[in-house]
Ligand binder design. Structure first.
Ligand code: LLP
Length: 428
């Protein structure tokens, strides 16, 4: 990981900034994001698309990391946004991303959310059902707006990613069955308030082979041919997100390989392209700092290293069995001999585990570690389970760093709760 280095005295650095300095100030657990990494990922991605000669606009999938500072950094690089809720839409606009550069996706959008999207003037709404097409038409017509829509195709492709994040099979809840696209596209074109501009697809996440992308895009290409033969106008194809990264020893998929798949299958259609990458842009830009609370040695098996971070902070290992690298912050600790350890959080569930039998140097209470590649689907999936306040967050930018989210005060956990007055009066 080129952006991480170890200094004999100050310990692990991200860029030029010692992570210990951040932990000393903000405490742990604490998320850290590297702005320079975000920028270089964005440039690598757009560079690969340009190199392939593809007219592509990048709509960053806000769900991966929706912090305003992350949105600002990517927005300043030229990214638009892919949003899946009114909240994400508001965040993207709040961070200064132009509504015309925003795509509104998602399998269930409420009437309020659709109204907000139309009122703000989002560039495109990806519709996912016959029912949504009719509903959006009547809302848009009532507001005297024209919604530019893309039909999200369910291409019936097995993406080979984790089952919980595969989205392109017919049994999944996403998209419109590819066999219904022709009829619905024609229907939408005839409805007031709608202008079908093209097709969209998203087959899953953490995909590390080009083959499923190619199969999905091939399906789209034949749909475009059929739509055009029937007199339909197709100007844009939204190729979705899903580009995999390397957490451990996976291959990941390079933006160049994705560009190659788009070009090979869709390059001759004369359309504009959109992509919706989330993970690939932000995963390697983030890490989670934690401190060792205690080390529990057992009669048999590896010791439990109990951190002050838990599944409520970083859910991916518990939910998907995801593997994340773990590095000590201290050079002296990191230099020690390796032995297996179970790295866990303090939450009262066996599933609250970050790593089993991980080869690590000996860790003692008070030692700090960084859990790596947590910039995507990390802080955004946090909860306050076990009444654990949301962790602090910091941003490193060049040689500077700043706190970008204060640790949630514990009182905030019950600030919006009310105890009914009859219970307040009761004697305890
Ligand atoms: N577009 C749509 C319509 C999506 O549903 C998603 C992700 C993306 C784009 C971005 O996909 P990406 O490039 O990040 O793979 N929480 C899971 C990942 C869930 C992905 C959901 N949809 C995890 O931590 O692995």
């Amino acid at each position: 990981r080129p952006h991480l280095s170890m200094h004999a005295v100050s310990g692990l650095l991200l860029g030029d900034v010692p992570l210990n300095a951040i932990a000393d100030t903000l405490g742990t657990p604490c998320w850290v994001t590297g702005a320079d990494i975000l920028r270089s990922r964005y440039r690598e991605l757009t560079g690969a698309m340009a190199e392939a000669g593809l007219p592509v606009s990048v709509h960053y999938a806000v769900k991966a990391n929706d912090h305003l500072a992350v949105l600002r950094v990517l927005g300043a690089e030229g990214a638009g946004a892919d949003v899946v809720s009114g909240g994400e839409l508001r965040r993207a606009v709040q961070a200064g991303i132009a509504p015309e550069a925003i795509v509104f996706s998602g399998v269930g959008k409420s009437e309020d959310e659709l109204r907000l999207a139309l009122a703000l003037g989002v560039g495109q709404i990806n519709v996912e059902s016959a029912e949504e097409i009719v509903r959006l038409s009547s809302i848009a017509a009532g507001m005297d707006r024209i919604a530019h829509i893309a039909l999200r195709v369910n291409p019936d492709i097995e993406a080979g990613a984790h089952d919980k994040i595969s989205t392109g099979r017919l049994g999944d809840k996403f998209g419109i069955d590819h066999r219904d696209i022709l009829a619905l596209y024609a229907q939408a074109a005839g409805l007031p308030g709608l202008r079908p501009v093209g097709l969209a697809v998203h087959i899953g996440s953490q995909i590390d082979r080009a083959a499923p992308f190619r199969a999905a895009y091939r399906r789209l290409a034949s749909l475009v041919d059929a739509l055009r033969a029937a007199g339909g106008q197709v100007g844009t194809i939204d190729c979705g997100g899903g580009l995999g990264v390397r957490y451990r020893d996976e291959n990941g998929l390079s933006p160049r390989a994705l560009a190659g798949a788009i070009r090979a299958e869709l390059g001759d259609l004369g359309v504009r392209f959109a992509i919706e990458p989330g993970r690939w842009l932000v995963a390697p830009a983030g890490l989670l700092l934690a401190s060792v609370l205690t080390v529990k040695r057992q009669r048999d098996g590896a010791p439990f290293v109990v951190l002050d971070a838990a599944m409520n902070d970083l859910l991916r290992p518990s939910l998907y069995g995801a593997w994340h690298g773990i590095l000590p912050l201290s050079a002296a600790v990191a230099a020690g001999p390796l032995s297996p350890a179970h790295v866990v959080g303090p939450v009262c569930e066996t599933g609250d585990s970050f790593a089993r039998d991980r080869m690590l140097p000996e860790l003692r209470p008070g030692d700090r570690v960084a859990i790596l590649d947590t910039g995507a689907y990390g802080a955004v999936m946090s909860s306050t389970y076990n009444a654990r306040p949301l962790a602090a967050q910091a941003l490193i930018d060049g040689g500077r760093w700043a706190c970008i989210r204060a640790r949630q005060p514990v009182e905030a956990l019950w600030r919006d709760e009310t105890v009914p007055d009859w219970l307040q009066r009761a004697d305890l």
